[in-house]
Design a protein around this ligand. Structure first.
Ligand code: ADP
Length: 397
C-alpha cells in the first residue's frame, strides 16, 4: 500500500510518499513560499532531486504540481496507487485523543479551534481541501499534535488560575510535538521489548518540548496552552514570569500581541545571544568565548536539565531518556552537557557514541542507571502508520 504523509504549513507543504509494505520512502519533498513571490519546490526520489521555482498562489497549486510530478517522474503510474493520505494536524483541543478519519466535522472543528493555533489549523484545512478537490475518493486521516498528550491528568493540565478560564475559555495545557513523542515511545517499546516502562522524551529542535511517559502514555509535557511554554527554544522564551509582559509593554509602548511575538520570535537562543537561533552558530560563538552566547547555551541546557529532573521525580525514576529533533539528534556538545549535569541520577554516557550524529545510537554505558538514546524522529512514518491502520480498521480500503 502507498500512503502519503502531508504536513501543510501556512506557506509550505511537505510530503512523504511511503511504500507501507516495507515502510520505505518512495519520494519526499517540500513546496515553499506558497502565496509569496519566489515560491519553489523540490522532490527527492530514487536518489535524485529535482527543484524548481514556480508560481504557487495557493496550496491547491502545490498539490496539483505535486500529483502531476509524481506521474511525470514515473514515481507512480496512476493516482489510483495512492491508497491513503495522512495529514499532520496541529490542534484538536481536548476532543481528539487519537488519529481520526477526516470528515466534514473534523474540518469544521479545525476551523473552530483556530484561535488555539491561528497559523497552523487554517493551513491544515487548506491542505486537506486541496487534496479533497483532486482526490475526493482517497481516504484521509488526521493525526493531531495534541492527541498524545490527552492522557495527562487534571493535575498536570490545569493551570493554577481562575477555574472559569478553563471551563469557559479552554485555558489548559494541551502540549504539542505529540506525534514525535509518541514515535519515541514506540521506538523504546521495540528496544525494551515491553510496554511498562518510564521514559523522558526530549524533542529539542528549533522548537522543543519534553514529555514524561509512563506505560506508553503521556503523564506531562513541557509545552502548554501554546508552544510558547516550557523549555527555552531557538526563538521562544519558554516559561517566564508573566508580569514581565505588561511591564515591557509599557516600557516599549507595545501591545500584548507584539510582546507575545517578541517572546515567540525574538527570544530564546536568538534573544539571549543577540546573534542566532541556530545552536551551531551559538556553539561556534561559545568557542570564541562570547559571553552572551555562553549564557544562552547554559540557560538552554539548564532548562532542559530542570525538566528532566522534574519528570524524573514525577515518574518516580526513569528507565530511559531519549533525545531527538535537530539539536537532540545532532549536537554532541549539548547532549554531553545535559547528561553531565544529570550525573547525580547515575547517568553515564560513552563519549565516542555521543560523537555520532543524525542516527540511532545508545549513548549510555552499560553501568549507567538510566539508558540514554538518540533516536531520529519520524513523524511522517507514524502518520503513515496511523493512516494505514485506520483505513484497515474501518474498512475504507
Ligand atoms: P524544527 O523545530 O523547526 O522542526 P529541527 O528539529 O529541524 O527544528 O531543528 C533545527 C535546529 O536544530 C537548528 O535550528 C539548529 O539549532 C539545530 N541543529 C541542527 N543541526 C545541528 C548540529 N549539527 N549541531 C547543533 N545544532 C544543530
Amino acid at each position: 500500500m502507498k500512503i502519503m504523509s502531508i504536513n501543510a504549513g501556512s506557506s509550505s507543504l511537505k510530503f512523504c510518499l511511503f511504500n507501507m509494505d516495507n515502510e520505505s520512502v518512495i519520494a519526499s519533498g517540500l513546496f515553499e513560499r506558497i502565496g509569496i513571490e519566489k515560491s519553489n519546490y523540490y522532490i527527492k526520489y530514487n536518489g535524485e532531486k529535482i527543484e524548481q521555482e514556480v508560481e504557487l498562489t495557493n496550496h491547491s497549486d502545490a498539490v496539483k504540481i505535486l500529483l502531476e510530478k509524481l506521474i511525470d517522474l514515473a514515481i507512480i503510474k496512476s493516482l489510483n496507487e495512492i491508497d491513503g493520505i495522512g495529514h499532520r494536524l496541529v490542534h484538536g483541543k481536548d476532543k481528539y485523543k487519537n488519529s481520526v478519519i477526516i470528515t466534514d466535522e473534523v474540518i469544521k472543528d479545525l476551523e473552530n479551534f483556530k484561535e488555539f493555533a491561528p497559523l497552523h489549523n487554517p493551513a491544515n484545512v487548506l491542505g486537506i481541501k486541496a487534496f479533497k478537490n483532486v482526490l475526493p475518493d482517497v481516504p484521509m486521516i488526521g493525526v493531531f499534535d495534541t492527541a498524545f498528550h490527552q492522557t495527562m491528568s487534571e493535575e498536570a493540565y490545569l493551570y493554577p488560575v481562575p477555574y472559569k478560564w478553563y471551563t469557559d475559555y479552554g485555558v489548559r495545557k494541551y502540549g504539542f510535538h505529540g506525534t514525535s513523542h509518541r514515535y519515541m515511545s514506540l521506538c523504546m517499546k521495540e528496544i525494551l521489548g515491553k510496554e511498562d516502562f518510564k521514559m523522558i522524551s526530549c524533542h529539542i529542535g528549533n522548537g522543543g518540548s519534553l514529555a514524561a511517559i509512563k506505560n506508553m502514555k503521556c503523564i506531562d509535557t513541557s509545552m502548554g496552552f501554546t508552544p510558547l511554554a516550557g523549555i527555552m527554544m531557538g526563538t521562544r522564551s519558554g516559561e517566564i514570569d508573566s508580569s514581565i509582559i505588561p511591564y515591557v509593554m509599557e516600557k516599549e509602548g507595545k501591545n500584548a500581541s507584539e510582546i507575545i511575538n517578541d517572546l515567540n520570535k525574538n527570544s530564546g537562543l536568538l534573544g539571549m545571544s543577540e546573534y542566532s537561533n541556530d545552536m551551531r552558530d551559538i556553539l561556534a560563538k561559545c568557542e570564541e568565548q562570547d559571553k552572551k552566547a555562553i549564557n544562552a547555551k547554559n540557560k538552554y541546557v539548564r532548562r532542559i536539565v530542570d525538566y528532566i529532573a522534574q519528570y524524573y521525580v514525577l515518574l518516580g525514576g526513569v528507565d530511559a531518556i531519549v533525545f531527538t529533533a535537530g539539536v537532540g539528534e545532532n549536537s554532541s556538545p549539548i547532549r554531553r552537557e545535559i547528561c553531565e549535569k544529570l550525573a547525580c541520577l547515575g547517568i553515564k554516557i560513552d563519549l565516542d557514541a555521543n560523537n555520532k550524529h543524525g542516527e540511532f545510537v545508545k549513548l549510555s554505558t552499560d553501568d549507567s542507571k538510566i539508558a540514554v538514546y538518540v533516536i531520529p524522529t519520524n513523524e511522517e512514518l507514524l502518520i503513515a502508520r496511523d493512516t494505514i491502520s485506520l483505513i484497515n480498521r474501518t474498512g475504507l480500503n
